[in-house]
Design a protein around this ligand. Structure first.
Ligand code: NAI
Length: 390
């Protein structure tokens, strides 16, 4: 395993500055790289603010000050020189394959031979990013959740060529990074498949939700009543989709349409909102009117269309597919990663006792929606996953 002291974070946007902050808190020397000084200025201001806040709350440890940690943070626009004495790099540049490949080539050519090269991509193949850099064995995925200092989960992903040493080093570095809200959880992802573990587990709920949105529109059911169906959740699906952005939902669904199944294709309701520019909270309009802030949603009347048990069944099915495909070694990892990455329980706890009934629910749902992807897989129907706990 590589002894890591110097970390280089490439890309100082939303994710990069959170990653730099927790790396400093763990005691590493950190160099932040971007393409313009103004981006680095902004990141430095944010990181300092975050560290000062932690200092005032006594989260930095005995005798450690924000100023002392900021003194260990360097900056540059020159990636090649930044990685010269790096032990570990974390790439968090824009989600663009061409840009990422250029960054990896430069890092691989200019960093010491022992340096491990990690990418924080959320939707791209680690294997593909690593392919042309000349050192694919040193490349791994290191997938953080937003906001980095507050979300407990980090996924460490093996590309096809990643070495055991690269994976072990990634697991150790990830485990050393503090989390301000609870204990850090590191999930080992054994295969480079779309969505890794947490995003993949939650992805197919979108197939069901698209069908619900379109059905509600056809029947003239108000969105409030759909959100009322999910009133046990902090935000119903309509409000949540507005909050994260209709454009984000469309991009994610298009990605899974290409990589997993055509059943992920965005539905009519989302597509129309997207085309008309009603992108949700940030544009003031989506399912709801956000022009005066968070909408007041009357959840007194339910539509009875969205069934939470169906959602749980869909999650269990996808969790079983993750096991079938060998992406995770056992279901406890999937449940724990979901709790750490989504603050929400995974499906296996309840699924152990309900898989037969839930398999039947899914068969019925496929008949009703025509969405083949929702059909229960063998491991779910047979309950075989129960033997795969660890
Ligand atoms: P962002 O747009 O906030 O930041 C990207 C930064 O990279 C910008 O400051 C940009 O100037 C810089 N950059 C672009 N090309 C560069 C280059 N060649 N060299 C150095 N810096 C360069 O993006 P964000 O949200 O921080 O995402 C970064 C990565 O993290 C993406 O791959 C994204 O998919 C992934 N990710 C994002 C999550 C999120 O919730 N935003 C969650 C998990 C992963």
């Amino acid at each position: 395993m590589v002894d890591v002291k110097n970390i280089v974070v490439v890309g100082s946007g939303l994710m990069g500055n959170g990653i730099a902050q927790v790396s400093l808190m763990a005691g590493y020397n950190v160099t932040l790289v971007d393409i313009k000084d103004e981006f680095l200025d902004k990141a430095f201001t944010n990181i300092e603010k975050g560290l000062k806040k932690s200092e005032s709350k006594g989260q930095l440890g005995e005798g450690v000050t924000a100023d002392a940690l900021m003194a260990k943070l360097k900056r540059t626009l020159d990636l090649a020189s930044a990685v010269k004495d790096a032990d570990y790099t974390i790439e968090a540049v824009v989600e663009n394959m061409k840009v990422k490949k250029e960054v990896f080539k430069k890092m691989a050519e200019n960093s010491p031979a022992h340096c491990i090269l990690a990418t924080n991509t959320s939707t791209m193949s680690i294997t593909e990013i690593a392919k042309d850099c000349g050192r694919p064995e040193d490349v791994i995925g290191m997938h953080f959740f937003n906001p980095v200092p507050l979300m407990r989960c980090i996924e460490i992903i093996a590309g096809e060529k990643s070495s055991d040493e690269a994976m072990e080093t990634g697991m150790a570095v990830a485990g050393s990074l503090p989390c301000l809200r609870g204990k850090r959880y590191v999930a080992k992802v054994l295969k480079d498949r779309p969505g890794f573990i947490v995003n993949r587990l939650n992805a197919p709920a979108q197939i069901y939700l698209n069908w619900i949105f379109d059905k509600a529109a056809e029947q003239g059911i108000p969105w409030e009543q759909i959100d009322a169906d999910a009133s046990v959740m902090p935000m119903g699906p309509c409000e949540l989709t507005d909050f994260t952005g209709i454009d984000t939902a469309i991009h994610v669904e298009n990605y899974y349409t290409e990589t997993l199944s055509p059943d992920f294709k965005p539905g009519k309701v989302l597509t129309e909102m997207y085309k008309s520019g009603n992108l949700g909270a940030k544009k003031g309009k989506g399912f709801y009117d956000w022009s005066a802030g968070r909408p007041k949603i009357d959840k007194s009347k339910k539509a009875g269309l969205l069934k939470l048990e169906n959602m749980m069944a869909i999650l269990l099915n996808e969790g079983c597919r993750i096991l079938e495909e060998g992406i995770a070694s056992g279901y406890k990892i999937i449940d724990d990663a979901n709790m750490a990455g989504m603050n929400s329980p995974g499906p296996f706890g309840a699924g152990k006792n309900n898989y037969e009934a839930w398999s039947k629910l899914l068969e019925d749902l496929v008949d009703e929606t025509g969405k083949e992807y929702l059909r229960p897989c063998e491991l779910m129907k047979s309950g075989g996953f129960i033997k795969m706990r660890k």
